[in-house]
Ligand binder design. Sequence first.
Ligand SMILES: [Zn+2]
Length: 441
Amino acid sequence: MTVRRTPVTILIRNARVLGGEPTDLLLRDGVIAEIGAGLTAEGAEVVDGAGLVALPGLVDLHTHLREPGREDAETVYTGSRAAALGGYTAVCAMANTSPVADTAGVVEQVYRLGQEAGLVDVQPIGAVTVGLAGERLAELGAMADSAARVRVFSDDGFCVADPRLMRRALEYVKAFDGVIAQHAEEPRLAQGAQMHEGDVSARLGLTGWPAVAEESIIARDVLLAGHVGARLHVCHVSTAGSVEIIRMAKARGVRVTAEVTPHHLLLTHEKAESYDPVYKVNPPLRTDADVEALREGLRDGTIDIVATDHAPHAAEDKECEWAYARPGMLGLETALPIVLDVLGEQSLGTPAEPAMWAVIAERMSYAPARIAGLDGHGNALTAGAPANLTLVDPTVRWSVDPTGLASLSHNTPYAGMTVPGRIVATFLRGVPTVLDGKVQK
Ligand SMILES: [Zn+2]
């Protein structure tokens, strides 16, 4: 099956927009042409939305697609399929590929591959420094001016540790309202680290990754961003102290935004006791108190968005001894279920339900699109808006089967877990990329 490129008119019947009253949505010529009860349209393909919640297409600010370089772990095409199945209509592809996305040529290549796959908009993120080496700035302006129109820059996987270089990067991107997305990890403090530094690491005899290695970089960077007046985005916030620093910085007017991953909202460092490398991730899983602070930060808006940090790894890089395993886990196909679980599945069917969906729309669509400057995404579902949306059945619970996921890799930490919420359909500019839970390409 291939995605229909020709314009198709679709009439979604009786879907609940953000958990509200059932209504119809007419998708035509790439936009939501009409929205309201009892719509008709001759020749339209009808999609039964009864019992389904309509959300704006999700936007992931932090995806590793592994192409070019590690096509055995994931490709732009397979990652795009996983994204569409997860309810996403746009993903931002991290720069730590091989070659690194540090030139106009590489970001344009990734952008083109995304367009060819045609399932989600793939927006490349450019590297901050040449080769992610942290020594000199990459061609930020050339990447911004390229066909890929890069606005987000990150050395993710590595921290831009040199404060002078970080300052220059912030100054440079300020001119075109770009943003530096920092992987906050003070390299000396986290050297040789295998997991969160705490009682579990002490018991297991594994070198710890202390919370202060993250917090000290975030503290420095919010001060730098405030000094320069530029936008800073903090990747995968993992500690209570980081939430506190970001809250203070926002109160002082610093232009800082932050993300949390689904796994940091749910899992803790006790998982390492199994020595199962599927739980090895960077930054590491932290403590119950950190999880609580991250959830509170997400609720009160200190943390702006949920980003997956989808990090596929081939079996030989993951199914080995803990010390040698690569850090990272899959995220695209399970993000919404985990967030639904965390934010209160029990509110389904109660008066609190629409408020929960509004928070999900803000944290997983509107805000990430704003941060990344993706105008065609993250729009409220109203007449005239681009028809980027997803339909989810919140009542279905399903068991995560690693081999059943669309990703080329299988490193999900949720294997065998029963999670709430199933993506039934996704539409990219009115074209169905997922129907009946099946990807259309
Ligand atoms: Zn990272």
